[in-house]
Design a protein around this ligand. Structure first.
Ligand code: UD1
Length: 420
């Protein structure tokens, strides 16, 4: 298993290209099931999760070509196999995003239940209840979601989500495009990745109103056609590199990053003493003086993203004063805490809140990554720490960060991958 070695203490400076967003690319790829295609996605990142979704779509019988040099994904053809097997779904929860498109287009689908994951139980009940409201008959048998649309067609409906779910909003949005009649999604998630999916569906011929709001109206029954769509830049990758600039006391230009997509992350970074400025081509993030502790609570967009919580905590470990970090989206998302403490961080946590008391400096240590964002928080801590940090289990990073060590080395980090 590969590891990453970092010798910390170097302020970063230069420009980092921000890749297409993983969390936008995955639902966009699933949307490829809705049309004969081809659906061509540009600005596609090269990540392990993209390879998993490619494997799943190919398993369904689609033709998926990933031209890594041109950064394009081309998806075409019809599904011949309507089952998403456990062996693929267990690798990546976002596989459940094929459920809505398969059911809406082919009238049937059998998708393995994803099960829990390191950060929490993560049920899919909102996806299932929403599809039932569109007329689907669903049973859970032998660990699989067995879904059928009577008469082969879903019917539009008004769906009020009891809690905000990114994945359920995406699944229902895609299904509603092919359902008969109008669907309204109330209390829909507003993450930029959902706006990106809606824009792509519109390019394919869907009729959607309310993009960017928590109320999406979809006029169903459209036939979706070939389209080309650029994947939105990854706001979580951008936020992560913003923390890299801040934690090392450097300056980075984040090429392609968009301020409006950072939501409250930009405001919180400014509260902590970090400059975040918009330019014609992206964002420039600079830390000139010391960092101050600033409290955050994770919330659905535009609130502070749970996917930025671990990185922000790494930053707060070296800030002046204390900060309280409250996680409200996932129940078990503090697994980076003991690892950060091994590097000298002072953190107490109880339940869903952690108090971080800043220390003057961290010290390098061997640490272990447990999930995607936790692992990158350890890389950030390593960049600021004195001495050498070895991050184990780098495969978590490869799921969501494209060429992380190359991008960091290009802006002055002493970092290398140790093949294992
Ligand atoms: C997506 C992101 C993930 C991010 C998360 C929250 C992708 C591929 N992944 O995950 O990186 O951390 O949004 O911003 O885009 N829930 C239920 N029932 C459901 C669905 C969700 O109770 O049917 C709960 C979850 O357990 C969680 C909360 O709702 O507590 C939010 O989850 P959700 O927004 O659905 O996250 P994902 O779409 O899985």
């Amino acid at each position: 298993m590969d590891r990453i070695r970092i010798r910390g203490g170097k302020p970063l400076s230069g420009s980092v290209p921000i890749s297409g967003a993983k969390n936008a690319a995955l639902p966009l790829m699933a949307a490829g099931l809705l049309a004969d295609g081809p659906l061509v996605l540009t600005n596609a990142p090269d990540l392990a999760d993209i390879a998993t979704m490619t494997q799943l779509l190919r398993h369904h019988g689609l033709l998926v070509e990933h031209d890594k040099a041109a950064r394009t994904l081309s998806i075409s053809g019809n599904a011949k196999e309507l089952e998403a097997p456990y062996d693929i779904v267990r690798k990546m929860r976002a596989s459940v995003l094929v459920l809505g498109p398969l059911l809406a287009r082919y009238g049937r689908a059998r998708v393995s239940l994803p099960g829990g994951c390191a950060i929490g139980t993560r049920p899919v009940d909102l996806h299932i209840k929403g599809l039932e409201q569109l007329g689907a008959e669903i049973e859970i048998t032998s660990g699989y979601i067995e879904a059928r649309a009577p008469g082969g067609k879903l019917r539009g409906a008004r769906i009020i989500f009891p809690t905000v779910s990114v994945g359920a909003t995406e699944n229902l949005l895609m299904a509603a495009c092919l359902a008969e009649g109008e669907t309204e999604l109330v209390n829909a998630a507003r993450e930029p990745e959902i706006g990106d999916l809606a824009m792509c569906l519109m390019r394919m011929g869907a009729r959607i109103e309310g993009i960017g709001t928590d109320r999406l109206r979809i006029e169903g029954g459209a036939t979706l056609l070939a389209a080309t769509h650029p994947i939105v830049p990854d706001r979580i990758e951008a936020g992560t590199y913003a923390c890299a600039a801040a934690i090392t006391g450097g300056q980075l230009h984040l090429e392609g990053a968009r301020l409006e997509h950072l939501g409250s992350v930009a405001r919180v970074l400014r509260d902590a003493g970090v400059d975040v400025a918009e330019t014609h081509t992206g964002l420039t993030v600079t830390r000139r003086n010391g960092l101050r502790g600033a409290d955050v609570m994770t919330e659905p967009f535009p609130g502070f993203a749970t996917d930025m919580q671990a990185q922000y905590m790494a930053l707060m470990t070296v800030a002046e004063g204390a900060s309280m970090i409250t996680e409200t989206i996932f129940e078990n998302r503090f697994m980076h805490v003991p690892e950060l403490m091994r590097m000298g961080a002072r953190i107490n946590f109880h339940g869903s809140s952690a108090i971080v008391r800043g220390v003057p400096r961290l010290s390098g240590a061997p640490v272990m990554a447990t999930d995607l964002r936790a692992s990158v928080s350890l890389v950030l801590a390593g960049l600021a720490a004195e001495g050498e940090t070895i991050v184990n289990r780098v495969y978590h990073l490869d799921r969501g960060y494209e060429s992380v060590e190359a991008k960091l080395a290009a802006v002055g980090a002493d970092i290398e991958r140790l093949p294992g």
